[in-house]
Design a protein around this ligand. Structure first.
Ligand SMILES: Nc1ncnc2c1ncn2[C@@H]1O[C@H](COP(=O)(O)OP(=O)(O)OP(=O)(O)O)[C@@H](O)[C@H]1O
Length: 299
């Protein structure tokens, strides 16, 4: 299956600043791919390069297995910044102008207004819209050509909680129609709620990538305890699927390798002659896991 986007060793220097550093990643069709990183980590620059508005210093990328060209661009809808619509024109008229520029079919205007939930507000002027509605109109504009992939940069920035929820719902709805979505975000929570896949960027470098559930949620900690803590620690050192552990006062925090769970830990302890007096699953906050990814891979 051809990837929607394949980025190969892409770098961008702005003078002495290395904004993106040998980035490689692949976006599979139908995924909602989050590019997650703190401010300044190179997300916007990466999107700018693959959308052909920022020139890469080195490296390459392909869309649908091909180098970019007019035909390829038609298959991509993008929203890099809040677009400027005409404040005194209605939603419908604003979309008509975009459709004319893009050469999109006028019929798709009403379809897109419907998709973003603004069909009842098509005669409202843009200035009368809430920020969330403005953002949804922008998504409608990006989708006018019925692209196969939609690229969004921080799509919920500046929105109130209701607007955030509406835009996230809209992203899921568009993905459910079979579109691929690529979105940059500095919000861990957003990526976890919306995305199927994630690439974590820090200072322009890829720190981790893969399915969101593998990258952000799999590494839970177990808190265990027994009467004989030194004995417990000795056994932990010998269990091959224990990735790491941290003795606290009366407990030990244990991280297991992927694919292992508490039952296996309990069984291994029992077989080694240790009876656990406590075994609890301690779900790490996503934030803690994100910080760990970023911390552990810092050169
Ligand atoms: N046009 C530019 N000229 C010089 N430096 C730039 C330019 N654009 C970005 N940078 C620098 O490149 C680095 C990456 O910026 P970029 O905007 O890509 O990151 P980001 O992750 O999208 O952050 P943010 O969410 O704050 O936009 C930063 O150090 C930034 O200051």
């Amino acid at each position: 299956m051809t990837e929607v986007l394949n980025i190969d060793n892409l770098s961008k220097h702005y003078g002495s600043i290395l904004a993106v550093d040998r980035l490689s990643l692949q976006v599979a069709p139908g995924s909602i791919y989050g590019i997650l990183g703190p401010n300044g980590s190179g997300k916007t620059t990466t999107l700018g390069m693959v959308l052909d508005v920022v020139r890469p210093s080195s490296g390459t990328y392909t869309w649908f297995g091909q180098h970019t060209g007019k035909e390829i661009k038609r298959r991509i809808g993008a929203l890099l910044e809040t677009p400027n619509f005409y404040p005194y024109l209605t939603a419908r008229k604003n979309l008509q102008i975009v459709a004319d520029i893009k050469g999109a079919n006028s019929k798709s205007i009403l379809q897109m207004l419907n998709m973003v939930g603004l069909e009842q507000r098509k005669h409202t002027t843009f200035k009368g819209f809430s920020l969330g509605m403005k953002q949804r109109l922008a998504v409608a504009a990006a989708m006018l050509n019925n692209p196969e992939v939609l690229v969004l940069d921080e799509p919920t920035n500046g929105l109130d909680p209701e607007g955030i929820a509406e835009v996230r719902e809209l992203i899921l709805k568009i993905a459910a129609e079979g579109k691929t979505i690529i979105l940059a975000s500095h919000l861990l929570d957003e990526v976890e709620k919306v995305c199927t896949h994630v690439a974590v960027l820090q200072r322009g470098q890829l720190r981790a990538d893969g399915r969101v559930d593998n990258i952000l949620s799999a590494r839970d900690q177990f808190v265990i305890s027994a009467d004989d803590i030194p004995g417990l620690v000795t056994v932990l050192q010998a269990i091959p699927f224990v990735e790491s552990f941290q003795p606290e006062r009366d407990t030990v925090h244990v991280t297991l390798q992927e694919g292992y769970d508490g039952r296996e830990l309990n069984r291994a302890m029992f077989e080694a002659g240790i009876t656990l007096s406590q075994l609890t699953l301690h779900r790490k906050s996503l934030e803690a896991q994100f910080l760990e990814i970023v911390k552990n891979r810092t050169p």
